[in-house]
Design a protein around this ligand. Sequence first.
Ligand code: 5GP
Length: 123
Amino acid sequence: MSEETLPMSEETLFTKIINGDIPAERIYEDEVCICIKDISPQAPTHVLLIPRKPIPRLADATAEDQVILGHLMVKAGEIARLLGVDEAFRLVVNNGADAGQTVFHLHLHILGNKTFSEQGLGL
Ligand code: 5GP
């Protein structure tokens, strides 16, 4: 089969990072998720918590994913503690392009070491 006729890879950027095909600075990993430093941080502490399962968007998650979603929330708190930002951090999930999602593999942004405005959710 020529290169032109090979099927396009359906792996997401984050699956490639999970598989070690693209390097990333890993903060934490277990059998369900990994946590990496964001390549373009929007706060002094900015990490991404990513399930190994490539759920495209939060809106695509189903009841079948309940254990994964619960795991991510518990780990978000643990990782915030690990990073020393558990007293003040923001957890952000962008769902869909118009909400700012650019990588269609569910991920939680954990942002900290920054004073966030009480007035709004803008970063
Ligand atoms: P989204 O905009 O989809 O909510 O978030 C995607 C995040 O992934 C962005 O904050 C972006 O900086 C980060 N990102 C994009 N490409 C890479 C990469 O190759 N490595 C890492 N570590 N983060 C990335």
